[in-house]
Design a protein around this ligand. Structure first.
Ligand SMILES: Cc1ncc(COP(=O)(O)O)c(C=O)c1O
Length: 392
């Protein structure tokens, strides 16, 4: 928390608006759209809910296909299935780790030949780095296919100077507990299309028609953000720029301090944008480093330091077995070699040094048995606060 959240929560308590909706929600929506410079937005209970309403609003339904990044978190994809549609996965490019626009173009052409165009395209801005939105929009505009940007991880990142997701028909953000700012849980759907946001707002409140009694002509959802949660969000918005700077500093420190270690590469920053560096992610090449990413992860775990493999691509998930995939080698390689390091903004440089010492130790142990760097011992009192040193 940044400190000001409690002031807004207090305001919410004093106004007695504890139910969903209320002045904090209105203010959070206003302040959020001003920050991302996209004109309309609706605050919701999660990023997954935001994706669901975006797909619904675009008329995605049974029998449709939606093209989506394979390298993503499942919350990006499950709403496609909620709508009765089928996801088709697109591999990443090496420059950004995001949806490869060339492969997207190939898949769309192949769909066209088969006589069935996708109903929507959902690129994810992975680990806080924007997908190449202009190229994706160019490809999709040929057949007028709407793009929904999954920018859940990318608040505070920019693409050619614009906020993550700008230009897409709809943009999804998440305030889940692991994100760069959090409301404990929550999401936002933003768009330049006022009608689409007001329809999403309507659906998010159980699709209540305008009537003094409860009248329903459509099926809706209970997806609204509560007034208390929005109060937390208002405080968090004040620290987003600081959080991005802190995450970038942590990334730069890891990168500088580990530069002499062979077999470690850092997630690249694509030239068109500025990542929020939500997580510091490395690739480990075992032939050069001396151990694979799993050995490093387990060594960190022994020191009570949580790290995680890169997202397992959706086309490798048992639940999506049988779904079509365009390409696959890049995201499979990123999964095999990728490790997300502790990146929380509460980390001190000493915390980062502890992580680095373990990584160096694994490398030295595996390349020269006579050399061992001891990671700094962890005082017992600190072990209880290790949630700060977490990878996701
Ligand atoms: C890429 C991506 N998409 C979607 C989501 C879903 O957001 P939420 O957890 O708020 O439902 C997340 C994160 O949780 C995510 O990282």
């Amino acid at each position: 928390m940044g400190g000001e959240e409690i002031k807004y929560v207090q305001e919410a308590f004093e106004s007695n608006y504890i139910a969903p909706l209320g002045p904090q929600v209105d203010a959070f929506e206003r302040e959020f759209i001003a920050k991302v410079k996209i004109p309309y937005g609706v605050a919701l209970s999660s990023g997954t809910a935001a994706m669901h309403l975006a797909l619904h609003g675009m008329g995605v339904g049974a029998g449709d296909e939606v093209l989506a990044s394979s390298l993503t978190f499942i919350g990006s994809i499950t709403p496609v299935v909620f709508q009765g549609a089928t996801p088709v996965f697109i591999d990443s490019d090496r420059a950004s780790w995001n949806m490869d626009p060339e492969l997207l173009a190939e898949e769309i052409e192949s769909c066209k030949k088969k006589g069935k165009l996708p109903k929507a395209v959902v690129p994810t801005d992975i680990y806080g780095q924007c997908a190449d939105m202009d190229r994706i929009l160019d490809v999709c505009s040929v057949y007028n296919i709407p793009v929904i940007s999954d920018s859940a991880e990318a608040l505070g990142a920019t693409y050619r100077g614009r906020s993550a997701g700008t230009g897409a028909k709809a943009v999804v953000y998440s305030f889940n507990g692991n994100k760069i700012i959090t409301t404990s849980g929550g999401g936002m759907l933003v768009s330049e299309d006022e009608k689409m946001i007001s329809y999403a707002r309507f659906l998010s409140q159980q699709a209540r028609d305008a009537a003094p009694h409860y009248e329903h002509t459509q099926i809706g959802y209970n997806y609204r953000m509560s007034n208390i949660v929005a109060a937390v969000g208002r405080g968090q918005l004040k620290v987003i720029d600081d959080r991005v700077e802190a995450r970038r500093r942590i990334f730069a420190y890891y990168q500088k301090t580990l530069q002499d270690v062979p077999g470690i590469e850092f997630m690249p920053e694509a030239p068109y944008g500025r990542s929020n560096r939500w997580l510091t992610v490395i690739l480990i090449t075992p032939e050069e480093f001396g151990a694979d990413r799993e050995e490093v992860r387990l060594a960190l775990e022994k020191h009570n330091i949580e790290s995680r493999p890169v997202w397992k691509p959706m086309h490798m998930q048992p639940v999506f077995k049988g779904c079509r995939m365009r390409g696959g080698g890049v995201s499979e390689d990123l999964f095999k070699r990728g490790l997300c390091l502790p990146s929380g903004t509460a980390m001190s440089y000493e915390d980062v040094d502890r992580v680095i010492a373990v990584i160096r130790n694994v490398h030295k142990r595996c390349s020269d048995d006579s050399f061992t760097i001891q990671p700094k011992p962890i005082p017992d009192a600190e072990l209880t606060s290790c949630h700060n040193v977490s990878a996701s």
